[in-house]
Design a protein around this ligand. Structure first.
Ligand SMILES: Cc1cc2nc3c(=O)[nH]c(=O)nc-3n(C[C@H](O)[C@H](O)[C@H](O)COP(=O)(O)OP(=O)(O)OC[C@H]3O[C@@H](n4cnc5c(N)ncnc54)[C@H](O)[C@@H]3O)c2cc1C
Length: 451
């Protein structure tokens, strides 16, 4: 493997972490988690003059939000997510002007290729949804596809294509939004783990961080892969599982596509720097943990749907989760300080597969070096769409999590809707399909897109 040691992406979660010199005594709203969802919410709140504090245990975008493929797509989504992702795409289109920084956004389009008529027919089913939501998705034949993709060696008979879908650089986006939020008045704290919540009379009264308490009556837990652990400490069950995604980045190379392309061998996106972010098209690594058994029944439909690409492992992940305490004292070190950054190792086997598949599908990239590789833990809910809303018996405690493998593109739209939810303003987005209670009230669990 020719992975060189460049760290443009990994720079997001390395470097010196300086704890805050002081933390505010109080805030209108406290957000737990500095991923795309947390920072976008903070940005929208601060712009409305809300006194908001965001606490991130490690780095802004240090986990999923800095490690993802960078696809901003409406194509192929669960219909419940469409209003929010369309709003998100509108926000992305103006984002660089609004925040005055580049995040590498462009509308390069999104392609899902098909190898046979059956796959093409499935794409045709989605077109109806696209029409209902005014999305410009089309099904292309082989000839039309060849005008968009240069030099592919593949037996594709067509593709689903959405020209308006976009891409951006994840390592830039959430940090840039966090800076914009700070300029609008939000307090953004890194190296500041939240250990727990204190309450009074059934209502949130403060958030306890490793550096002291912040009085507040409203908390948003946007803690990504940690939401389940955090909520369990409050006796709130949040069904959540994780899969590891291994990702690579190439050196700048000739143009093969402008946006992103998915084939069962490869997921590839053009980068702002002229290289490609590349992943395996058909591997989902799941390390079995106690949560796999605890939530097996709820996750069965999602796991069955992914059965062909799922690689189950039993080992370290199981024992690490088993050893994690369920409860702790708020004046003691918590699991969130013990693991500042969830930083899984990229799989060597998957990296080999990425190189092999990239050379096979795009021979003109065969001599292009892979200059960086990393992995991220995708957290998912049983029906692969987010869990949003006030939860548990504690008034003022909200979650926004379970965005699965598609939360980057929807993140700014989610932030706008969450800001409205937290302030009780009219919400342009109906958040009722995302209630956590859907997993506990006997509703059927129906994933309508992939993890
Ligand atoms: C390999 C990979 C590829 C993906 N590809 C895409 C893609 O192309 N397009 C797309 O739309 N989505 C993609 N996703 C999914 C997307 O990255 C996520 O859905 C999204 O980033 C989730 O954002 P978040 O803010 O909810 O969570 P995160 O980004 O995980 O942020 C949560 C933050 O909370 C912090 N935290 C947790 N607990 C505490 C605590 N107690 N105190 C303080 N801080 C805490 C964590 O440190 C973390 O930084 C991909 C994900 C991965 C891993």
């Amino acid at each position: 493997m020719d992975v060189e040691n460049s760290s443009i992406v990994a720079g997001t979660w390395s470097g010196k972490l300086t704890p805050p010199e002081r933390i505010p005594n109080r805030a209108d709203i406290v957000i737990i988690g500095g991923g795309i969802v947390g920072v976008s919410t903070a940005w929208f709140l601060a712009r409305q003059g809300v006194d908001v504090v965001l606490c991130e245990k490690g780095y802004i975008a240090g986990e999923q939000s800095g490690r993802n493929w960078g696809w901003i797509r409406a194509q192929g989504r669960d219909p419940r997510e469409l209003p929010m992702v369309l709003e998100s795409q509108r926000i992305f289109r103006d984002l660089e002007t609004e925040i005055g920084e580049s995040v590498g956004f462009s509308q390069g389009g999104c392609l899902y290729t098909a190898r046979n008529e059956k796959q093409l027919d499935e794409f045709n089913d989605w077109l109806e949804l696209a029409r209902d939501h005014d999305i410009d998705t089309r099904v292309l034949d082989r000839n039309e596809l060849s005008t968009l993709v240069s030099g592919a060696e593949a037996d594709w008979c067509g593709a689903m294509y959405t020209a308006s879908d976009g891409r951006a650089e994840p390592h830039k986006t959430a940090p840039a939004i966090a800076r914009a939020a700070a300029r609008s008045g939000a307090t953004i704290l890194t190296a500041c783990a939240v250990r727990g919540i204190e309450s009074s009379g059934g209502r949130v009264s403060s958030v306890v961080t490793e550096h002291g308490a912040i009085q507040t009556s409203v908390v948003l837990c946007a803690a990504g892969a940690w939401t389940s652990v955090f909520c369990r400490s409050l006796n709130i069950a949040v069904p959540q599982l994780k899969v590891r995604g291994t990702v690579a980045r190439t050196a700048p190379a000739d143009r093969i596509i402008d946006g992103s392309l998915f084939d069962e061998r490869i997921g590839i996106r053009r980068r702002e720097d002229g290289g490609y972010t590349v992943a395996h098209g058909s591997v989902l690594d799941h390390g079995i943990t106690p949560a796999t058994f605890r939530y097996a029944f709820k996750f069965l439909p999602a796991l069955m749907q992914e059965i062909k690409v799922l690689r189950l492992r039993f080992g370290k992940d199981f024992f690490e989760e088993l050893a994690m305490p369920h409860h702790w004292e708020l004046d003691e070190e918590s699991p969130f300080e013990r693991q500042r950054v969830l930083n899984p190792e990229p799989s060597k086997r998957v990296l080999k597969g990425i190189r092999k598949n990239m050379n096979a599908v795009f021979p003109q990239l065969a001599n292009v070096s892979i200059v960086e590789a990393w992995a991220g833990m995708v957290e998912t809910s049983p029906d692969v769409v987010p869990m949003i809303g006030e939860v548990g018996d504690l008034s003022g405690f909200y979650i926004a999590s379970g965005f699965s493998g598609h939360g980057f593109g929807i993140g700014p739209g989610a932030g706008k809707a969450l800001a409205a939810m937290l302030t009780g303003a009219d919400n342009p987005i109906d958040l009722s399909p995302f209630k956590l209670s859907r997993f506990f009230d006997g509703s059927p669990v129906r994933p309508m897109s992939t993890i």
